[in-house]
Design a protein around this ligand. Structure first.
Ligand code: NAD
Length: 311
């Protein structure tokens, strides 16, 4: 009788540490070149307890790598007035050269539509890839900002040793922030991708033939070991609280017996998400600096040269 070794754990913390170290170096270079640090602003609509915990964590992560983290609170309890406030706050941040990147705490309060944010945020400052331009660039296979969680799932896969080109991949979940961007990134990487969702008839029939399974459904223990192909690589994006414990969307104990490699929850994709958000921020700051330099250079060209010849 052969005994399968338990799956290798794909832990996010060591990768996140490497990314943060690289970000700290890039920030120091940016400061040396421009005389000020890149700036991240988090927009919070109403101070709920979970958003305050997140805010504290991200501002601390910024400080640790030399990024200037700030937050803007959009108070109020009347959706129409709060939407107007939110739009003007975003427009101000778009115009502020000290702000390199903006993230808006989700979910938004009831009554405030997502488009209040995604239509207004400057695509060059949209470091979590929610603006339609960035979503479209990803869809077309061009470079833009992608949602940090989706990027984290791909980063884990790329470092897991799995070969993405030619792989059968199944993504469970089709949300615009996780499932769909992961699916597009896997397609770009050369995988053959199936996207499953709440209307999928036989989820196990799909997951069982996959070399790569990425689960982002918000359903604790949805994917079990019996639903996996032996040797599959499993990325569990889910974060659920069950009986006071954080668990993923994959039944870790049974999946670990079948998979070749699996991300734990907590400790897998989660720690990588914030580190990648900071990396996106530095990229945004660098791109804006280049754009400003190009605009300044264009303004220095003598105006006569740009004029058409006299008729
Ligand atoms: P969502 O609710 O927007 O989308 C869930 C998706 O799962 C939907 O497309 C739905 O069709 C699908 N789904 C639900 N039940 C299903 C079922 N029984 N079978 C197949 N598909 C099913 O959620 P989201 O924002 O994409 O988040 C997904 C999970 O990822 C959540 O647990 C969330 O907490 C977690 N998350 C983690 C991070 C991180 O940094 N690790 C970031 C964002 C979200």
């Amino acid at each position: 009788m052969s005994v399968r070794a338990a799956a290798r754990l794909l832990e996010g913390a060591p990768i996140a540490g490497e990314i943060r170290a690289r970000v700290a170096t890039d920030v120091a270079e940016f400061v040396a070149a421009h005389g000020h640090p890149p700036g991240l602003t988090v927009v919070v609509c109403g101070r709920s307890a979970p958003s305050m915990v997140y805010l504290e964590r991200i501002l601390k992560a910024c400080a640790a790598v030399g990024i200037e983290g700030r937050f803007v609170d959009v108070p109020g309890d009347e959706p129409t007035a709060q939407s107007v406030e939110l739009t003007s706050a975003l427009l101000r941040l778009n115009d502020d050269p000290t702000v390199s990147g903006i993230i808006v705490q989700m979910p938004l309060p009831p009554g405030i539509g997502l488009r209040t944010v995604i239509d207004v945020i400057d695509p060059l400052k949209d470091i979590d890839g929610i603006h339609p331009l960035n979503a479209g660039l990803l869809r077309l296979g061009y470079e833009g900002f992608v949602p940090a969680t989706a990027h984290a799932a791909l980063e884990v896969l790329e470092r897991s040793g799995v070969t993405i080109p030619g792989a059968e991949a199944v993504v469970v979940g089709r949300s615009p922030v996780v499932g769909m961007p992961v699916a597009f990134m896997l397609v770009k990487g050369g995988a053959t991708v199936t996207v499953c969702h709440s209307k999928t008839r036989d989820l196990a029939a799909h997951t069982r033939r996959a070399d790569i399974v990425v689960v982002a459904a918000g359903q604790p223990g949805l994917v079990t070991g019996a639903m996996l192909k032996p040797g599959a690589v499993v990325v569990d994006v889910g974060i659920n609280v069950v009986d006071g414990h954080i668990v993923g969307d994959v039944d870790f104990a049974s999946a670990r017996e079948v998979a070749a490699a699996i991300t734990p929850v907590p400790g897998g994709v989660g720690p990588l998400t914030n580190a990648l958000l900071l990396a996106h921020l530095v990229r945004a700051a660098q791109r804006q600096a280049v754009e400003r330099a190009e605009t300044a250079a264009a303004a220095r060209v003598p105006s006569g040269r740009a004029q058409p010849p006299p008729a």
